[in-house]
Design a binder for this molecule. Structure first.
Ligand SMILES: Cc1ncc(C[n+]2csc(CCOP(=O)(O)OP(=O)(O)O)c2C)c(N)n1
Ligand SMILES: [Mg+2]
Length: 592
């Protein structure tokens, strides 16, 4: 046993649970915890410029690597409230992050002390546990429980709020005999898997819908193995994009109202059976449930029992961790194959592959200002299969999901449900900390980029090089497009004449100058032919200066991106690809 402050005990446990990095910024009420981190020296701390940024860095850090838990730290009052957006984003996407806040002394919590806010009550709906620890001796238990909950069942965030006097109080802890609590992950039984496979066997045009739970369970290889064994095409959700490589013959496309492929939606509409694994039937994936469900049988596998039936009643539900379920699906399917009991799916999978070859959108445009579709075509050429993309929301992100290619899990890192503007820069920095060797390419619209632009300084200070493609239409593009339904173009323009940069011709903010002012490198591109050379130059600058490099692309101001209200009525605003040269970087090339 040894005596230490409760803050020191907390740091010792956090380290013992495997944490090596933290993102945050100090304030008076969390200084004892910072003193404990300094004393122990086992945690590398990245100093954010905005506390919300720290919370998204923690998310990016978790999302980049299986087993990671991002930690974000802030003081009392506004630091906690700033991090609520990160907690929401993490909770909505089943991402474990640990948020640690300072707090006013226990005896003063009800006295409206300076920066004393009931952060526990505020954070409750967006965490698995939010706790103000009132007794110093409870600190070890609170942290042990936090890690247990974050890893068990449906993963998600936890907030621990530490009053100043609780942090300072001395307690006993024997860190040498401390053990992380066992993790609870339900597993499918053989009878359940047999039943699901029996149902699959009776289908004629079956699909697998792969969800983010497969990424969380680190089970992408099992997914692909299972799909190959049974010969069934796979629809990855946006959160699972990359679990089956885009160029895999059984990757049938993404389905949805926005971030989807024409061939993905067409294949879903043709299907008669869907086995969803670790997905949540998100409304931007399903669209109207009548259309999505019509004529189809559904089996749903989810780790969280109450997720089954939440959006609609499946024909059969299994409570299971995705990896445990898939391992058993593979085992039973192998036995059935040996026994000659697996139906031949060749005709159906070939029909899906044919749609993938032919139902393409056009990307090749030579227009100046550049059309966004062309940017993704050039990105496909410039960035290899090992590139990790990070993006948030907007037309930029929607078009990226329609046109980019992803080949590995955790290589499309996106906040799927919450979509908070400003997420991209800090989340990308978290990814860079988690995987310093990776090629990381962030993608933002101009507004997303402006939201938390100050975090670029963190990348410069801590030498976190990555390439940030900013597609600048000088518009809140997605909202401009949504306002067509109201016949207006109101409060969505970002354009103004910048008195310091008249050469921008009314595009407003000079992103190149701001990025340089924050210690980064930046290039601006006006013509399609300049894109590839700019990406190459950016790679050189990243290697030379070890800082984020921004490539700003001046886009045509108004481009509508394909989307709709139902998966059978997605509106195409541009001409479709009718020859190979219209979509030269499509994974399944269109034959002329
Ligand atoms: C905090 C927050 N406020 C508002 C929104 C709604 N919203 C979604 S996309 C968008 C505009 C994004 O503009 P930009 O980043 O330039 O991308 P574009 O659509 O132009 O490509 C807005 C305002 C949001 N997602 N998050
Ligand atoms: Mg924009």
């Amino acid at each position: 046993m040894s005596r230490m402050t409760a803050a020191e005990a907390a740091v010792a446990i956090v380290e013992r649970e495997g944490v090596r990095h933290a993102f945050g910024l100090p304030g008076a009420a969390i200084n004892p915890f910072y003193a404990a981190m300094r004393k122990s020296g086992g945690i590398r701390h990245v100093l954010a410029r905005h506390v919300e940024g720290a919370s998204h860095m923690a998310e990016g850090y978790t999302r980049a690597q299986a087993g990671n838990i991002g930690v974000c730290i802030g003081t009392s009052g506004p630091a906690g409230t700033d991090m609520v957006t990160g907690l929401y984003s993490a909770s909505a996407d089943s991402i474990p992050i640990l948020c640690i806040t300072g707090q006013a002394p226990v005896a003063r919590l009800h006295k409206e002390d300076f920066q004393a806010v009931d952060i526990t009550a505020i954070a409750k709906p967006v965490t698995k546990l939010a706790m103000t620890v009132l007794e110093p001796a409870q600190v070890p238990g609170a942290f042990a429980q936090a890690f247990h909950l974050m890893r068990s069942g449906r993963p998600g965030p936890v907030l621990i709020d530490l009053p100043f006097d609780v942090q300072m109080a001395e307690i006993e802890l024997d860190i040498d005999t401390y053990e992380p609590l066992p993790v609870h992950r339900p597993a499918a039984t053989r009878a359940q898997v047999e039943k699901a496979l029996d149902m699959l066997a009776t289908a004629e045009r079956p699909l697998l819908v792969a969800g983010g739970g497969i990424v969380n369970a680190d089970a992408a290889d099992l997914l692909v193995e299972f799909a190959e064994l049974v010969g069934v095409p796979v629809i990855p959700t946006l959160m699972a994009w990359g679990t089956i490589p885009d160029d895999h013959p059984l990757m049938a496309g993404m389905v949805g109202l926005q971030t989807s492929h024409r061939y993905g939606n067409a294949t879903m509409l043709e299907s008669d059976f869907v086995l969803g694994i670790g997905n949540r039937w998100a409304n931007r994936h399903t669209g109207g449930l009548d259309t999505y469900r019509r004529g189809r049988t559904f089996v749903h596998v989810d780790i969280e029992p109450t997720q089954i039936g939440r959006v609609f009643a499946p024909d059969y539900g299994i409570v299971s961790d995705a990896a445990a379920a898939l391992a058993l699906f593979v085992e039973v399917a192998r036995e059935r194959r040996t026994a000659g009991r697996l139906p031949d799916r060749a005709a159906w999978s070939e029909a899906c592959a044919e749609r993938k070859r032919t139902m393409l959108r056009r990307t090749h445009f030579d227009d100046v200002p550049i059309k966004p579709q062309r940017v993704y075509e050039e990105m496909n050429k410039a960035f290899g299969k090992d590139t990790r993309y990070v993006s948030t929301i907007g037309l930029s992100q929607i078009a990226a999901a329609q046109f980019l290619h992803v080949y590995r899990p955790r290589h499309w890192i996106n906040c799927g449900q919450a979509g908070p503007l400003g997420w991209t820069i800090p989340a990308t920095l978290g990814v860079c900390v988690a995987d310093p060797e990776a090629t990381v390419v962030a993608l933002s619209g101009d507004y997303d980029f402006q939201f938390m632009i100050e975090e670029l300084a963190v990348g410069a200070q801590f030498n976190l090089p990555y390439l940030h493609v900013v597609v600048n239409n000088s518009y809140l593009g997605l909202i401009r497009q949504a306002q067509r339904g109201f016949d207006m173009d109101y409060c969505v323009q970002l354009s103004f004449d910048n008195v310091n940069s008249p050469e921008l011709g009314g595009y407003g903010v000079d992103h190149v100058k701001v990025a340089e002012g924050l210690g980064c490198k930046a290039l601006r591109v006006h013509r399609p032919g300049e894109l590839l050379p700019a990406f190459e130059e950016a790679k050189k600058l990243m290697a030379q200066f070890r800082v984020p490099v921004v490539v700003e692309v001046i886009l045509e101001r108004v481009t509508n991106i394909a989307m709709g209200t139902e998966i059978d009525n997605v509106v195409e605003f541009e001409e479709l690809a009718t020859k190979g040269e219209h979509a030269p970087t499509a994974v399944a090339a269109l034959l002329d």
